[in-house]
Design a protein around this ligand. Structure first.
Ligand SMILES: Cc1ncc(COP(=O)(O)O)c(C=O)c1O
Length: 407
């Protein structure tokens, strides 16, 4: 008879992973890291191991983890009011909208819970605007290689077939044009165009900024054909580029009709927003759109607290981002498989000749959290509070990993 084998003890981390495998929809391929808590730019796993967080929940945790001012307002507000629905007013939605108007140059906000939900609302604005002019005016021009979200409308304007293919047919009337190709844009935009959608710095697509000329031409074409110009600032906005919104980097700046933002808006609480000028906002009237959770008291109050701090952080984001990019630039001379450093502020991509997937795992094992997009672009979206010390630590880990790649 065979001897009984000792039962292997399952670690607490493994038990959590196994339970998810059994009961959670298997749409994510997660890394085997179980996070218990965070502090500043660090995350700690369930066994107490520390990781430098250079991805911030994919651009969400703008002030890092457990920032004392954010913790304080969450505590206070949780004891006062979390939610009252949009049937009533609370003291924070109006002031947040006023602040967004001041920093964006656009007048009117609608609050929701995520990036894709903001994009859905913007698409409804495009449709409502177009059909008011003519029933044929429903086309949307979007860019190849873009990413705008996972819901059906946002997917319809996402210029990467791999995300769309399982869900066709999607919205009719969407035309994709090559990135930064002004001639193609001129061909695509007609009187039937109701909206043009542009991610000002493509994030998921590999950190590619649109050129000022392209953005300007899009503005002119939208005006000429009475279409709405929508800028997706979900990943590239709200301070990450070192200014409030990345369209403010364009020289001269190009103002859209509608801007959508989300990720860092409420430092980890779900909050998305559409900010529109009066012309676009007029397309949506009472009863045409809404969101049960959108713009709740807690999320709005935290966003106000964050925006109070953001103004003073912008020069730091610009300066530390430049330092990070220049340190990465030094690595280009040392490792021939590194091609280019791209980005603005703390939205940074390192383009390579080789796949990055294993490097992300190696970095994690070496205590650094990063991400890879488009197979060969390492993506860094660190919190706005990092200093040269954290940049140096991250670059040290990357250097070790790259040396291994070379071997
Ligand atoms: C540019 C852009 N638009 C839209 C989205 C969708 O946002 P969410 O995941 O909050 O729905 C993302 C998410 O990564 C994004 O990067």
């Amino acid at each position: 008879m065979a001897e009984a084998q000792p039962v292997a003890a399952v670690s607490a981390a493994q038990a959590i992973i196994d339970l998810e495998r059994e009961y959670v929809l298997q749409n994510y391929s997660r890394y085997p890291l179980v996070v218990r808590r965070g502090k500043g730019p660090y995350i700690y796993d369930i066994d107490g191991r520390r990781y430098l967080d250079f991805i911030s929940g994919i651009g969400v945790n703008a002030l890092g983890h457990a920032h004392p001012r954010i913790v304080k307002v969450i505590r206070e507000q949780a004891a006062l009011l979390l939610h009252c629905s949009n049937l009533y007013y609370h003291p924070y939605q109006g002031p947040l909208a006023e602040r967004l108007a001041a920093i964006s140059g656009l007048k009117r906000s609608f609050f929701c819970n995520s990036g894709t939900e903001a994009m859905e609302g913007a698409l409804k604005m495009i449709r409502a605007h177009g059909t008011r002019v003519s029933p044929d005016k429903y086309e949307i021009v979007s860019l190849e290689n873009s990413f705008h979200g996972r819901t059906l409308g946002a997917l319809s304007v996402t210029g990467q077939p791999k995300y769309r293919k399982d869900f066709e047919p999607l919205l009719p009337g969407v035309k994709f044009v090559p990135f930064n190709d002004t001639g193609a844009l001129e061909q695509a935009v007609t009187t039937r165009t109701a909206g043009i959608v542009i991610e000002v710095i493509q994030g998921e697509g590999g950190i590619f900024p649109v050129s000022p000329e392209y953005a300007r031409r899009a503005r002119e074409l939208a005006d000429k054909h009475d279409a709405l110009l929508i800028f997706d600032e979900i990943q590239c906005g709200v301070g990450r580029p070192g200014v409030y919104f990345s369209y403010q980097l364009l020289d001269p700046p190009v103002l859209p009709d509608v801007m959508v933002a989300a990720k860092p808006m409420s430092c980890g609480l779900p909050l998305g927003v559409i900010v529109a000028n009066e012309r676009a906002a007029a397309s949506i009237t009472a009863g045409m759109h809404g969101s049960t959770f959108g713009g709740g008291a807690l999320a709005c109050r935290v966003a106000l607290e964050f925006l109070d701090m953001l103004k003073d952080l912008l020069p730091h984001i610009e300066q530390i981002g430049e330092y990070f990019r220049s340190e990465l630039g030094e690595l280009l001379h040392k490792f021939s498989f590194l091609k280019e450093v791209r980005g603005r502020g703390l939205m940074v991509g390192l383009d390579m000749d080789v796949p990055g997937k294993q490097m992300v795992i190696d970095a994690m094992n070496d205590g650094l959290l990063i991400n890879c997009t488009h197979d060969t672009v390492l993506r860094f979206l660190p919190p706005y509070i990092i200093t040269e010390r954290e940049v140096d630590a991250a670059v040290k880990v990357l250097t070790r990993i790259f040396r291994r790649q070379k071997a």
